[in-house]
Design a protein around this ligand. Structure first.
Ligand code: PGA
Length: 247
């Protein structure tokens, strides 16, 4: 089943998250959705974003590299599990770039995620400069090497998110996303059925073609996931009729 993950980043108070959950609930109705949906709210809105009917699951946007202890401000994998999460985003480019998280830290985070029985959504992707220098393939190899110690039998989601496409309005072409997907499939060939997502300026307008042509297993969506209708439209679960373009 295709997987669609809404990465809310640092958006949504609890009332906003509740309103979003209600809107999404109304769009989906009571049947089991044909697509797997995941919301990744800020920690404070996890409870408000939860679906008691189980039509979508929850993801943490980040997790501590340590299991417990004197780490002011950190949230552990066990706490995320306890808060109802099933997935955790690890190594988002904003964590790598703005907060300086390197491969060593990310390997520790991946280990904590597994100990808590959660599934990582591990993000990889090259910068614009690296792309221009023809290094995409090398960067993907280096970033996926961080998964070396991760059990190859455990379910894994890898999100290809080229840094130059995140929040810029310039998505990768379906062909580029497809090439990265194929490269990741090769790099992860020892693993049992990893799922590869694409992320970076996905919108209701470009989603269908990206999905079909690149043959990714779904999307990690930032800005266009902040509206329930737009998120559902990207997942192919709602029409865009009467919906303003470019939202
Ligand atoms: P975007 O973000 O959809 O706003 O480009 C994607 C992401 O950062 O996961």
């Amino acid at each position: 089943m295709k997987l669609f993950v809404a990465n809310w980043k640092m958006h949504m108070t609890r009332p906003e998250a509740r309103a979003y959950a209600e809107a999404l609930s109304e769009i989906l109705g009571d049947g089991a959705p044909r697509r797997e949906l995941v919301l990744a709210p800020p920690y404070t809105a996890l409870e408000a974003a939860r679906d008691l009917k189980g039509r979508w699951s929850l993801a943490g946007q980040n997790v501590a590299a340590e299991a417990r202890g004197a780490f002011t401000g950190e949230v552990s994998a066990a706490m995320l599990s306890d808060a109802g999460c099933r997935y955790v985003i690890v190594g988002h480019s904003e964590r790598r770039r703005i907060f300086g998280e390197g491969e060593e830290t990310l390997a520790k985070k991946l280990a904590r995620v597994r100990e808590a029985g959660l599934v990582p959504i591990y993000c990889v992707g090259e910068t614009g400069e690296e792309r221009a220098a023809g290094q995409t393939s090398k960067i993907l190899a280096r970033q996926t090497a961080t998964l070396a110690a991760d059990s190859s039998d455990s379910p894994l989601v890898v999100a290809y998110e080229p840094v130059w496409a995140i929040g810029t309005g310039v998505a990768a072409t379906p062909r580029d996303a497809g090439e990265a997907r194929a490269r990741l499939a090769e790099l992860l060939s020892a693993r049992r059925s990893p799922r590869v997502l694409y992320g970076g300026s996905v919108t209701p307008e470009n989603a269908e073609e990206l999905l079909e042509v690149s043959r990714v297993d779904g999307f990690l969506i930032g800005r266009a996931s902040l509206n329930a209708r737009s998120f559902a439209a990207i997942a192919g679960l709602s029409s865009l009729d009467g919906y303003p373009a470019g939202v």
